[in-house]
Design a protein around this ligand. Structure first.
Ligand code: PLP
Ligand code: TYF
Length: 398
């Protein structure tokens, strides 16, 4: 029967990562896949993670099953990290949650829950968005649609166009995918003032936010990056939040995530909770435990938490510093608007106004790897290669 299958193209970002790994030019610059790198180009294990892991390995007495929605304490700690311990939705008992296999697992479970409740809804994603949003959410069965978001001329968010488009085209009950912070692939985020307008707009139109929070702490810090999520969870009747610990704990391959579901009443929350367990069962039975246990231990231990939070600050500030260095190097005739945007944008990514042909030229002639859409991972740069990067960019853009 497998002769009936069609070959599919590989994941473009992972293919780019492999192409870069195979490039033997010593001065290559890898701005491709979204992983944090230190100034030596390593993808380190955080010290707090190593310490927690050492303790866990020494203490662990059993590998027995945990349960379909994962570790209860992990979920509690994660909810208070994301929302703040005093958040009204937590106090009102209106949040169902499940541990998930990464942010991706959370997106998939959230999509399945929403589809079970509302199969006729459409799901709207930003133009552009993280490419995996479409298969992860669409595979639940939803019709996927897109709203305008990033303006490739101004390199900022077209907020008015976004609202107008949703006003004109989205119907009550539709689901709007938003990036909590550090938008992937553009780095262009909504400001607090824009969140303040967006959430009442969604409520008025009966639209449900599904917020993807994969970079908490890597934009402006743990509190500021949660602004939109906290507001939505305070003011919306219903919402979905998919959280990833891949980047901010550097736990990529351990697959650690959380789905939080805001319901209107505690009774509905109990029902949603039971559905989450069943959905996880139908997909993978139970989430992997090891990474979630590491996060639980870090968040529950004041000393480990302090070390983690300091390491996260170093990561965030290194990326902010690189943005400033790249911006300074681009701030010459013809590069001024990119210079400004690189500073205004947040997190790992910026999408530069580079065409596909220019991205290929950068790769072939300069050994600079970015996606064909012009997305760069700023953490792949360093003080030594930024002048080369800026010169090559200005060269292909001129
Ligand atoms: N959402 C966005 C926007 C991402 O960039 C990622 C990144 O990898 C994820 C979700 C999910 O990540 P993971 O499934 O590795 O936790
Ligand atoms: O956008 C990125 O680069 C990260 C990592 O299928 C990633 O989110 C890339 C592709 C993929 C899964 C994760």
């Amino acid at each position: 029967m497998f002769d009936r299958l069609e070959a599919l193209p590989p994941d473009a970002i992972i293919a780019l990562m492999q192409q870069c790994q195979a490039d033997d030019r010593p001065d290559k610059i890898d701005l491709g896949v979204g992983v944090y790198k230190d100034s030596a180009g390593n993808i380190p294990i955080m010290q707090a993670v190593k310490m927690a892991e050492t303790q866990i390995v020494a203490d662990e007495k059993t590998k027995t099953y945990v349960g379909t929605t994962g570790r209860v304490t992990y979920r509690e700690y994660m909810l208070s990290l994301v929302l703040g311990a005093e958040h009204p939705a937590l106090q009102a008992g209106r949040i169902a949650s499940t541990q998930a296999a990464g942010g991706s697992g959370a997106l998939r479970i959230g999509a399945q829950l929403a589809f079970t409740a509302a199969p006729d809804a459409s799901v709207w994603v930003s133009t552009p968005t993280w490419a995996n949003h479409i298969p992860l959410i669409g595979s639940a069965g939803f019709a996927m649609k897109s709203y305008p978001y990033y303006n490739r001329d101004t390199l900022g968010v077209d907020f008015e166009d976004m609202l107008t488009h949703l006003e004109d085209h989205a119907k009550a009950g539709d689901i709007i995918v938003l990036h909590g912070c550090c938008h992937n692939p553009t780095g262009a985020d909504l400001t607090p003032a824009q969140w303040d307008r967006l959430i009442p707009f969604l409520n008025k139109r009966g639209l449900l936010p599904f917020i993807d929070l994969a970079y908490l702490g890597l934009g402006h810090g743990l509190e500021k990056d949660a602004y939109g999520v906290r507001l939505a969870m305070r003011d919306c009747p219903e919402a979905l939040i998919a959280v990833s610990c891949s980047k901010n704990f550097g736990l990529y391959k351990e697959r650690v995530g959380l789905l939080a579901v805001l319901c209107e009443t505690p009774d509905q929350t109990q029902i949603a909770q039971s559905q989450l367990g069943m959905i996880q069962r139908t997909l993978i039975s139970m989430p992997p435990d090891h990474g979630a246990k590491i996060v639980e231990r870090i968040l529950g231990d004041p000393e480990l938490r302090r070390i983690w939070s300091e390491e996260l600050t170093v990561m965030r500030e290194r990326m902010r510093g690189l943005r400033h260095q790249l911006s300074d190097a681009l701030d010459v005739q013809g590069g001024e608007h990119i210079a400004r945007a690189v500073i205004d944008q947040n997190g790992m990514f910026s999408t530069l106004p580079v065409t596909q042909d220019q991205a290929i030229t950068l790769r072939e002639d300069h050994a600079i790897y970015m996606t064909n859409s012009g997305r760069i991972n700023i953490a792949g740069a360093n003080g030594d290669n930024i002048p080369t990067l800026a010169t090559a960019l200005l060269d292909v853009l001129s």
